[in-house]
Design a protein around this ligand. Sequence first.
Ligand code: AMP
Ligand code: FE
Ligand code: FE
Ligand code: ZN
Length: 296
Amino acid sequence: MVAMGEGTGADGGRTIDLHAHSAVSDGTESPAELVRSALAAGLDAVALTDHDTVAGWHEAMAAARGTSLTVVPGLEISTRHEGLSVHLLAYGIDPSPSTDLARRLVRVRDSRLTRAERMVERLGADYPITWSGVIEVAESHGVTAGSIGRPHIADALVAARVVPHRAAAFEGVLSGASPYYVRYEGIETATAIAAVHEAGGVAVAAHVLSEGRGRRRVQDSQVCELAELGMDGIEIDHREHTEAQRERLRHLAERLGLIRTGGSDYHGSGKPNRLGENLTAPDQFDALMRRVQAPK
Ligand code: AMP
Ligand code: FE
Ligand code: FE
Ligand code: ZN
C-alpha cells in the first residue's frame, strides 16, 4: 500500500514532508500539480493529507510513478476530544469504502457540506455570495467527491471582493467567533484512532498547539490521554508552533514514546506555507511506516 524504498536511501538525508493538501480538499493545486510542486521543491517524500478524504490518492500516486518522489497516502481527520478540535493525521490506511473509518468519513463530509451551505445562507443575507457560486468555484478546483470547507467560502468572498484573500476572511466573517460560523460534526478522537488502526494505518495528532481565534488549545494531559489510547505520533515541526513549543513537545513526545513528525501543511496558494518548510526526520518516518500494517 505505502510506496517506500525510493528517495535518497539510507544516508539519512531524505527530505520528508508529511502534511500537504490538494484541491480535493482546501488546497489550490490538483494532486498531480502537488506532485510536480513537491518534485520542484526537491522533496523525496510528500504525504497527501487532504481533509477527511482519500479521493486524491490515485491521481497523486499515478503522477509520482517513475519519478524520484514517494507519495505517502494520508488524510487529516476532523476529530473532537473533550470538546476540543483535534486534527488527526492518518497514514497508510486501507482506502476501501467498507471500513468503519470510511463510513464515518462519509458522515463528516456530509456534515461539512450541510454546514457550509448553512454558513453561506447566513453570509448571503449580508454579502453577495450564493451557494451555487461557492460550489461552482470549489468544483472548478477539483473538490468533487472531496471535502468542502471554509476556505472555499473564503474564495467566494474574495471573488465577490468582500475580502482581499483567504486569510482576511478567516480573521473576520469566517472566524470561529463570527455569527456566521456553523460547526460541523467531527469524529470522537478515540473512535478515530481505533478506526485508523482497524484500517491498518497510523495516527498522528496535527499541530496541537496552533491557535485560531476563540479556539482552546490541547493540553499536555490530553496528549497523554491520546497516547494512552494508542495514538502513534505527534506533529511537532509545524509553522504554527514556536521554537519553545517544539522543544516542549519534543520532551513530551519522548516521555510518551510518540513518534515525532513535521510537515508544511501546504495549501498551494491558499496559505503562505511552503512545501518542505518543515520536515520529518528519516528515522521517525521509518518508525512510523514500520507500524503501517499490510492490508488484510
Ligand atoms: P474548516 O475545516 O472548514 O472549518 O476550515 C478550516 C480550514 O481553513 C483549515 O484546514 C485551514 O487549512 C484553513 N484556514 C484556517 N485559517 C486560515 C487562514 N488564515 N488562511 C487560509 N486558510 C486558513
Ligand atoms: Fe486546510
Ligand atoms: Fe489542520
Ligand atoms: Zn492540514
